[in-house]
Design a protein around this ligand. Sequence first.
Ligand SMILES: Nc1nc2c(c(=O)[nH]1)N[C@H]1C(S)=C(S)[C@@H](COP(=O)(O)O)O[C@H]1N2
Ligand SMILES: [Mo]
Length: 223
Amino acid sequence: MVLPPGQRAIDGFPRFGTHLHHPPPQVPADPVIEVGGAVSEPFVLTTGDLAELPRVELKADFHCVAGWSATGLRWEGIPFATFYRMRVEPLLAPTVSITHVVFEGLDGYQSIALIEDALAENVLIADRLDGEPLTSDHGAPVRLVSPSQYGFVNTKHLCRIDFHTSAPPDPDRFSPLAAHARARVWNEERHRYLPGRVVRPIYHRLIGPIRALSARGSRESTE
Ligand SMILES: Nc1nc2c(c(=O)[nH]1)N[C@H]1C(S)=C(S)[C@@H](COP(=O)(O)O)O[C@H]1N2
Ligand SMILES: [Mo]
């Protein structure tokens, strides 16, 4: 099996994240995704609206920037590009040119992607993993899946998508762990300013502690 540079395969698929010692957020009875930003008319995408869009299945590995990879995951959902072409593009004024997309989760987590990365053919709004609805550990009710980018782009519990015409303010700008704006796994774009190879050993050391914290908040392991 060939993994991107600096990644190690692990067994299974752990719940993982920097503020995941909290339990996963409560999923509303009728979950929606709010869509806003540079569209002429903000709108709300219901589960029913999503169900009307064409679905695909995608087999992919999942790469966390800290250095672990979960292999052979089978996702199902709607290609982000399909959603964009069918529901967003018709709402863009002819002079508007989208450059960035901000994804937000029910836990307040956010990720930012360049529009060209978000429109890659393997980017999904996913609602199923390995033949089952997403569990709370892995992002119920729906999450972004962008397997060519590090895990931190793959926002779980997706509840909001905003389209921008220039780089949005970046809360992470001065963080020592400043994330790379493209985060492409095959280019090892881990860190904004430092080469991937340089931060690799530091990030590897974070895997154990973050995994332990994330497991503490897991509903799967406590029920
Ligand atoms: N809403 C939300 N999405 C998130 C995170 C998070 O903390 N909250 N963590 C990110 C990180 S750093 C990784 S590696 C993946 C982990 O996904 P998993 O918990 O399904 O393994 O989710 C990403 N998406
Ligand atoms: Mo991650």
